[in-house]
Design a protein around this ligand. Structure first.
Ligand code: SAH
Length: 368
């Protein structure tokens, strides 16, 4: 059954036999703690992953192109009010060199990610996208935050293939709380995702698991929204508190006092969310996130790949910039060169009996 058929059956409880994937079913699965039941979930997520997107693990080289940011998102270490950060913005030729390195390492795509930085102008990104597309066969994904339609259209015309913008939460009250508006600049990530789809981008989104204020109901709704929007890529990782932010330091206690049914930001809950995301969006590309690998440096990457994920995003940013792109502390592999990272990942992926993806690794099919 296609995800679109699922989407219009809101009153049904779709899913593989024994798996009710309506709101109540998802909420119950998220809170499940019986090891035997969880084993069923892991097996089903892995079965669906294998049947629908296969054994290839697609590698996307992540390039952290700028740590400047104008936004005040309460969870992110790059937020504008953080003063003790040494900010950087890469030059066009440096970004191109990273993309060439990703191509040399055999990756099929690169992701240009940054804080929301007006210094990354329309013309600059256009030039960078054109250079990468002209010089390599890589698919190019942008993840530059909320940008206006004129920019997005021009970058698409320059050859950008995909855009990642996590909607972060379906709860509008929580959304506003963690994303203080800039004066005169409202924030509407769902609207931008819709418009980007119309422009022809493959679109990716996602949420953090355990952001303060997230309840089981919220997270179940988030997962249902992935299906309603038929997202091409879905990143789900644990919230990792940054001491530089209001949600990481002393202030968090006041914020957290609210819900009694707060979702924990732990590995098990994240893995349940990843597995359920695979069941509701069987054809989507789902990364085993760096945040998960940071929480469990020994096994996080592998466990994500075993429980529904089929993508990894190795960091190809030069190490001296990477350590300054501190969204949260202790980021996995922060000191490893792209080459070292590649050797390690290659071994980890093969040890699971999986293969390295070839080519750009786009969404294989979409029910329109
Ligand atoms: N400025 C871009 C890129 C942000 S970084 C944008 O806003 O889209 C990409 C993702 O990292 C964010 O969407 C968020 O979900 C995640 N992230 C931010 N802070 C985090 C934290 N403290 N712990 C875990 N993930 C975090």
């Amino acid at each position: 059954m296609s995800s679109a058929e699922w989407a219009d059956g809101a009153s049904r409880a779709p899913g593989p036999p024994g798996f009710d994937l309506d709101h109540a079913g998802l909420k119950a699965w998220l809170q499940e703690d019986d090891p035997a039941r969880l084993e069923l979930l892991w097996m089903e997520a892995d079965r669906v992953r294998k049947a629908r997107v296969g054994d290839a693990v697609h590698l996307r080289g992540l390039i952290e192109v700028s740590s400047h940011c104008v936004r005040h998102c309460l969870y992110c270490g790059l937020r504008a009010p953080t003063v003790e950060l040494e900010r950087f913005r890469m030059e066009a030729d440096e970004i191109l060199a990273c993309a060439q390195e990703a191509h040399r390492l055999g990756y099929g795509s690169v992701v240009l990610q940054a804080g929301e930085d007006p210094g990354l102008t329309k013309a600059f990104i256009t030039e960078v996208v054109r250079a990468i597309k002209g010089d390599t066969p890589l698919a190019v994904t942008l993840s530059l935050g909320e940008r206006d339609d004129e920019e997005l259209r021009e970058w698409k015309a320059a050859g950008a293939d995909r855009y990642l913008l996590r909607f972060e939460t379906t709860d509008p009250v929580l959304y506003r709380r963690i994303h203080p508006n800039l004066p005169g600049v409202p924030s509407d990530r769902f609207a931008q995702l819709q418009r980007m789809r119309t422009m022809g981008y493959e679109i990716g989104t996602g949420v953090m698991v355990g952001i303060p204020g997230q309840t089981w109901d919220t997270l179940a709704s988030d997962i249902l929204r992935f299906r309603e929007f038929d997202m091409d890529m879905i990143g789900v990782g644990p919230f990792l508190p940054s001491p530089r932010t209001p949600l990481g330091g002393q202030g968090v206690a006041a914020f957290l006092a609210a819900p009694s049914d707060q979702v924990p930001n732990d590995e098990l809950t994240t893995l349940k969310a990843v597995a359920l995301t695979r069941l509701v969006c069987p054809d989507s590309n789902i990364p085993s996130t760096t945040a998960l690998a940071t929480l469990d440096q020994a096994r996080g990457r592998e466990l994500g790949l075993l429980r529904g994920a089929n993508v990894v995003m190795p960091n190809v940013t030069p190490v001296h910039y990477r350590i300054r792109y501190e969204i949260y502390p202790g980021k996995a592999c922060v000191n490893e060169t792209a080459e070292a990272c590649q050797d390690c990942l290659d071994g980890r992926i093969r040890s699971l009996g999986r293969s390295l993806g070839k080519g750009p690794g786009g969404r294989s099919s979409r029910a329109m």
